[in-house]
Write a protein that binds this ligand. Structure first.
Ligand code: KG4
Length: 354
């Protein structure tokens, strides 16, 4: 079954996401997304990475106005909600606690069920978010929903996994990073170049003007479908250190080429394993999800694979690649159909598998 496996009419789900540094709330009604409001936290930029304590404090400030705006934009009152879906983990504990506690308080006060959502499952199911079809293109969005089973490359700041998605609630990790995530490697390389945080969008922008063949960095030799990015990170760091000895302005002189070469190396590593997994598992429906799926080079590589290997590819809209509550609400809608609710005492989990 490709879509929500029950009649979603008249069901209204509020989704809440607070696992890292984005406070987000979304409303889905009758199977369609009505609002998706996200407050990002600029406070971390000065530190070159997310500071957990500051993230929790910012969530505390943001959660009430963000939920309020999501309801208003959707034109829905809280009394009309059928259930509240929230990210239970994985993520930063202090950040999660804000969303989890808020969801519990609101659900208890309204007397409606709570639905706990695995953040990673949410990223994968972002492909099932449906917006109201435009009257002049009613079919377009339907075509972007993948059929089960499909393969999903889940690449974010905390994860790099190849997931075999057999059903909305049946996902198998066929390969995953044994050390750093792809996004983490990009962010760290950006940091050593002094380019700012988060590095992903900066590297992406610079890479468009650079030569991807200018520099070569180490690629890992890891068996099976697993990934490793720590060797690449070290190779980038050591090379850069040597080049800086000869030219203290090396980064300034070569930042576009460095970005393009780094991006190409990471995209090649990701696609090589994904291609092997798709071939061995005989799957031609291939999706990408998570923050790094915003990357232009990775999106191009997906399109290239679709042409060369006959894949049907699924690339989410930019707004559903990074952390957002729409993906939590759609996962909540799937679970609502199975009456898969969670008890009030359910704790947040900082680490949890798919
Ligand atoms: O999924 P996400 O928002 O957060 C979690 O890790 O859960 O992913 C964030 C990651 C960061 O590492 C960020 O640098 C990366 O996604 N990212 C990108 C791009 N936009 C965000 N990486 C490459 N190119 C981009 N355009």
């Amino acid at each position: 079954m490709n879509e929500v496996h029950f009649n979603p009419n008249k069901i209204t789900i509020l989704g809440i996401e607070s696992s890292c540094d984005d406070t987000s709330a979304a409303v889905i009604r009758d199977g369609y997304l009505l609002s998706n409001v996200t407050a990002s936290q600029a406070v971390h930029e000065a530190y070159g990475g997310v500071v957990p304590e500051l993230a929790s404090r910012a969530h505390q400030l943001n959660i009430v106005p963000v939920v309020d705006q999501a309801l208003k934009r959707a034109g829905v009152t809280k009394e009309e909600l059928s259930a509240i879906a929230f990210t239970r983990g994985p993520g930063l504990m202090g950040s999660l606690l804000v969303g989890v506690s808020f969801a519990k308080g609101l659900a208890a006060s309204l007397g409606i069920p709570m639905i706990d959502v695995n953040h990673l499952q949410g990223h994968v199911l972002a492909h099932f978010i449906r917006e109201k079809p435009l009257s002049d293109s009613p079919r377009g969005e339907e075509e972007s929903i993948p059929p089960f089973p499909f393969l999903c490359l889940l690449v974010s700041g905390g994860n790099s996994q190849i997931v075999l998605v057999k059903a909305y609630n049946d996902m198998e990790i066929v390969g995953q990073t044994i050390d750093d995530a792809a996004g983490e490697a990009i962010d760290k390389c950006s940091k050593v170049m002094g380019l700012g945080y988060p590095g992903g969008p900066i590297i992406d922008r610079l890479a468009r003007q650079g030569n991807p063949e200018a520099f070569t960095f180490a690629k890992p030799a890891i068996p099976g479908y697993d990934y490793s990015f720590s060797g690449l990170k070290t190779s980038f760091l050591y090379n850069l250190r040597d080049w800086l000895k000869d030219d203290p302005d090396f980064v300034e002189h070569h930042k576009e080429d460095l970005a393009a070469s780094l991006e190409k190396t990471i995209v090649d590593i990701l696609m090589n394993k994904l291609r092997r997994a798709a071939k061995d598992l005989k799957i031609k429906h291939v999706a990408v999800a998570g923050g790094v799926s915003a990357n232009t080079g990775l999106r191009e590589a997906f399109k290239d694979h679709a042409r060369r290997y006959g894949w049907t590819i699924y690339i989410p809209k930019f707004s559903y690649t990074t952390d957002n509550a729409a993906m939590i609400a759609i996962t909540g809608l799937f679970k609502y159909g199975d009456k898969d609710f969670c008890p009030m005492e359910a704790p947040a989990y900082s680490r949890v598998a798919l």
